[in-house]
Design a protein around this ligand. Sequence first.
Ligand code: SF4
Length: 66
Amino acid sequence: MAFKIEVNFDACESNGICMDIAPDVFEVRDDGFLYILQEYPSAEAMPRVEEAVPRCPTQAITLVEE
Ligand code: SF4
């Protein structure tokens, strides 16, 4: 069982909150867009991803079970 990160880029405001929590997974670059560095987050990164999901103010991040 793996978890995949999906981001609704139409809802994302690129405010970097997820990057502050999990900088090894989320990165807002100088171009103003959010990039997902680990589409399938490592076990080590998962707790921070799970923290970032509810803290996204636009609820743009979803964890999908595959
Ligand atoms: S916390 Fe949400 S709105 Fe902010 S950059 Fe991450 S996905 Fe986008």
